[in-house]
Design a protein around this ligand. Structure first.
Ligand code: HEM
Length: 223
């Protein structure tokens, strides 16, 4: 980001107004794409773990095993298998990004459909992620174990699991987001137990991102 901003300021080909607009646009993109989505994903993870103390305990044990008394690092993060499954399942049930969109730059055929030039196709991620034909009758349940043998074994078509999109415009920050989520959750779960507060109201809302409408209220206790 810093490199981008410095090169925009120093680029003689961009006028002052253009370089300012370029900088503001990029700050907005990174703030929106890179901050809110991960923060909201962390909130959904905490909500689901508060509801499922068994998974909370499982992950706590895993963190103790792979980190010991140390902070999570690049090595221990790759060993967090149960943690990865919980995050994957959270992103399946509550994908922060509600859709991915593509515009046909020329007429194309997709399966039996002819898509005329200029048409935009929106793929609704939550709909794909909860389709019982793809995920089975328990599609609406929180079951991280479905990811135990990877995405391809969790559902009928791996292309149906797209919390970070798919193809050449796949989320640029996917790996970074997963690392951030693992660190945040490890630090919280290793020090606290938590349950959902009775004041929590479950109503996911779409505000550019699908987020908990009234936040996530949890009761937290130091271990
Ligand atoms: C849990 C967190 C995140 C989720 C669920 C998420 C989801 C997505 C989705 C669905 C897309 C559209 C992909 C497509 O059209 O196929 C996207 C694009 C993008 N994301 Fe993320 N994202 C997350 C975190 C981040 C982070 C941390 C960053 C940067 C630090 C980031 C940067 C971007 C950028 C730059 C794009 C546009 C890529 C392009 O058009 O080539 N995202 N993200």
């Amino acid at each position: 980001m810093q490199l981008l901003l410095e090169s925009a300021i120093n680029d003689p080909n961009l006028g002052q107004a253009s370089s300012k607009r370029f900088i503001v646009d990029n700050c907005k993109s990174i703030y929106f794409a890179g901050h809110e989505s991960t923060a909201v994903a962390a909130s959904w993870c905490l909500m689901l773990l508060a509801l499922h103390p068994d998974w909370q305990a499982q992950i706590r044990a895993e963190i103790a095993e792979v980190c010991g008394d140390n902070m999570p690092d690049a090595d221990s993060i790759t060993k967090m298998k149960w943690m990865t499954m919980v995050i994957q399942e959270t992103l399946r049930l509550y994908p922060p990004a509600a859709f991915v969109s593509r515009e046909a730059l020329e007429e194309i055929q997709v399966g039996n459909f002819i898509v005329p030039k200029g048409v935009c196709i929106w793929t609704l991620i939550p709909t794909l992620h909860r389709d019982t034909d793809i995920w089975g009758p328990d599609a609406n349940q929180f079951k991280p174990e479905r990811f135990e043998n990877g995405v391809s074994k969790a559902c009928k078509f791996p292309q149906a699991y797209i919390p970070f999109g798919l193809g050449p415009r796949l989320c640029l920050g996917r790996n970074f987001a997963m690392v951030q989520l693992k660190i945040i959750l490890s630090l919280i779960i290793s020090k606290f137990t938590f349950t959902l507060s009775p004041t929590y109201r479950h109503f996911p809302v779409y505000r550019m991102i699908v987020e908990p409408g009234d936040g996530v209220h949890i009761r937290i206790q130091k271990i």
